[in-house]
Design a binder for this molecule. Sequence first.
Ligand SMILES: Nc1nc2c(ncn2[C@@H]2O[C@H](COP(=O)(O)OP(=O)(O)OP(=O)(O)O)[C@@H](O)[C@H]2O)c(=O)[nH]1
Ligand SMILES: Nc1ncnc2c1ncn2[C@@H]1O[C@H](COP(=O)(O)OP(=O)(O)O)[C@@H](O)[C@H]1O
Length: 426
Amino acid sequence: MASRSLSRLAQWCSRVFMVEINQKTEPIYFSLSSKPSAHNTELGALFGNGKLFSVYALCDDRIQSARSHAQLKNTLAENLPPGCELLDSAAFLPDIKSSLIKGFFLQDNSALSSAERAVTQLQEKGPVGLCVFTYTREENGQYLCSAVAEEPAERERKYYVIPAPAPQRHPSALNIRNSDVFYQMEDAYKVLQECCDIIPESKAVLELVTEQQLQSNNSHDKRFPVVVIEGLDATGKTTLTCSLQKALGAVLLKSPPHCLARFRQHFDAEPPLIRRAFYALGNYITAAQIARESSHAPVIVDRYWHSTAAYAIATAVSGREENLPAVGSEIYEWPSDLLRPSLVLLLSVSPEERLRRLTHRGLDKTEEESQLEINHLFRHKVDEAYKKIQNPACIVVDASPSPEHVLQQVLYLIRSKYNLQTQDHQ
Ligand SMILES: Nc1nc2c(ncn2[C@@H]2O[C@H](COP(=O)(O)OP(=O)(O)OP(=O)(O)O)[C@@H](O)[C@H]2O)c(=O)[nH]1
Ligand SMILES: Nc1ncnc2c1ncn2[C@@H]1O[C@H](COP(=O)(O)OP(=O)(O)O)[C@@H](O)[C@H]1O
């Protein structure tokens, strides 16, 4: 695991470091070497001036590591002086899955190296296993890296910073499996089991999952159609799903299911590993409900696995939209143990229309929904991730017309696929 294998600076030499100056430009990649590089000018944009640090929270326990990373980000953001840039950083083994370690790069342009004080304070009371690197510029234009370590010998050891080539796969996509998106119920279940000591609500969620699984009817006899309605918030999912329920005499379900509503706010505040495991388990509870209900009526579902995967992937994959893995990547594969719907419709409206509906609706938003408004790039990535998921893939529906028009369009789609009669003809 990260901390054991990275106790000494030498062990970091096999890794490449990535620092993203902002979401729109290519990140800067560098590594540590015992020999200088004659071509390190491209590092100037990052290492230009001032005191520089990388900080990584290292723990063997993945739950503690996820929480330490989140705490580290909050602590650094609260304590850094103006003029000090806090950038996302990562250390990874190029194109090796699950090798990503997330951290932070601090550019302290203030003369007083006040960031140094903030980092030292963190070092004293910080989360378990804080690993701090400092970077200094030599007269000859070379940059040196040393670790702020307890052992004096480690402190003396320095390595040259040299440019590294961009990897094939964007490093932020390396850890998605079982850290951001889950492809088996048991993998998500294990995460919440490991949280039980520190998050009491986890036990109640796991009991609900077990209870629903016991009630689930896994019989594969004839089922009525299961239609999932997906889309960004305020695209009209709630309005449409209610009308479809009436028009088709269908059962209306949603994910996360009502039985998890009371836990949601808590898990929305947890780091991605824990939060996404919560939403993944919500889909399995909803799947058990779909299995039962679709044996006697059509089922309409408001959000399901596409939402879980799209939001998780769009959050995990940093930088530009092009960094999203291509269609066909394993990260878009439907979980083999999760009930597949018959049809998934992705409601799509223009950003302007969506904002108009959001303001009109006036409901409060999840933090992530607020992000959707501020961060057009994040919203595009969610939308793109929805469309890359296959088996089943989404059918995009233009949801900008009136509610009645959208309903008729969707009923036509469903009927032409299933010759389902509407309620009034039954
Ligand atoms: N339902 C669902 N929401 C998720 C998931 N992952 C993240 N979210 C967040 O939760 C928000 C929506 O939560 P919902 O419970 O669907 O709330 P809602 O009012 O029905 O959503 P909208 O009607 O689309 O605004 C999303 O916009 C995401 O920010 C997931 O797996 N399932
Ligand atoms: N087709 C539509 N045309 C215009 N307004 C709509 C349409 N569908 C929904 N709305 C309105 O937009 C707002 C968001 O709709 P809602 O169904 O809550 O979307 P979602 O569930 O996707 O967040 C609501 O005020 C709703 O009345």
